[in-house]
Design a protein around this ligand. Sequence first.
Ligand code: TXA
Ligand code: MG
Length: 329
Amino acid sequence: METKILPVDSVSLKLARDIITEGGAVAFPTETVYGLGANAFSEEAVKNIFSIKGRPNDNPLIVHVHSDYDISTLVSYVPDYAKKLAKKFLPGPLTLVYKSCNKVAKAVSCGLDTLAVRIPSHEGAQRFLRYVDMPIAAPSANISKHVSPVSAEHVYTDLNGRVGLILDGGRCTGGIESTVLDCTGEVPVILRSGLVTRGMIADAVGACEVYKMREGEAARSPGMKYKHYSPDCKTMLFEDATEAVDEYFRQTANGVKTYIMCDGATARGLRVENILNLGDGAEEIAAQLYEKLREGERVAQLIIAVSPKQRDGVMVGVMNRLEKACRGQ
Ligand code: TXA
Ligand code: MG
C-alpha cells in the first residue's frame, strides 16, 4: 500500500472520507499526538486498527468527535461534573470516560461497558472529524509500544505501507497524550495523566482522584499495564545528574554511542558533548519529549535520561511517560 502524506485541505479531506467510509484507516493530527482513525461504528474497521498497530486486543480505543457532535447518542449518562469539565476544557487534551450505550463497535472498548470520548482542539483534527461527521476510533498512530508520533514524518516512519493516508497538520504542540478521566463514579478519577492536570480538574469541580492499581485488581485503564513509549535503543533513567554523567563516560569509554536527555537547566550545567535538551518548563518538556526520544533512537545506542526535579502539574504526565520509556532496561 502506498502511503500518502498530504496537508489538510479539500482534496485530502475528500480522500480521507472515502477511505474511512470504505472501512480503512487514516492518520490525522491532534494537539497531543497523531491518531490513527477508523469508523467507530464498524467492527471490521476498528479491528483493522488493532492489526495495523500490532495492539493487544484488550486495550480499548478513544472515540474522537468534532465539537458539535451530540455525544449523548454514544453514552448513557453524563454526570454534572463532566458537563462542567467539558465546558471548561473541551475541545482540548482531555478524554472523558462514560458509561457506554453500546452504539459503537464492540471492539472499541474491548468488552468494557464504558466509552472514552475525546474532542481534540487541533484545527486539522476538527476539520477531519467534521468532514467525515462520524465518531472516529483512534489510538496514537505508532506501532504498539513505540514512542507516540508528534509529526507526520513520525507516523510515516512507523506506518509506511500500512496506512493509505497521513493528514499532515504539522508538529503537535502538546506532545503527550490526553489526560484520561473516568467519569463513571461520584468523583472524577485520572486514569492517565496529561496536560489537563489533577489541580486544574479539582479547581473546576471540587475534587479529583488519581487511579492507583491495587495488587491483583483488573486494570481500569488496560493501556496502563503495557510497556509504552519506548525508543528503539537502550534507555536508562537517573534521578541524579552526577550519576548520569558518570554512566555516560563509562558507556562512551566502552564505545557505546550515548546521549544524555535532560531539561534545559540541567543541560546547561553538563560538560558532555551528546545532549538531547528537552527545554525548560513542564509544557515545553512535554512538547519535546517524544520528538527527542525519536531523535535519540536515530543517533544513539543508549539514551541516559535524567528525571526533572519538578514532580507536580504537567510533570506528573511527563514522568509517567519517561519512566515507562525506561522501564525494565
Ligand atoms: O491524546 C490522545 O489521547 C491520543 C490522540 C490520538 O487522541 N490518543 C491516544 O490513544 O493516546 P491510545 O489508544 O494510545 O491511548 C488510549 C488510552 C489507553 O490507555 C486506554 O487504555 C485508555 O485510553 N482507554 C480507552 N478507552 C477506555 C475506557 N473505556 N476505559 C478506560 N480507559 C480507556
Ligand atoms: Mg498510544
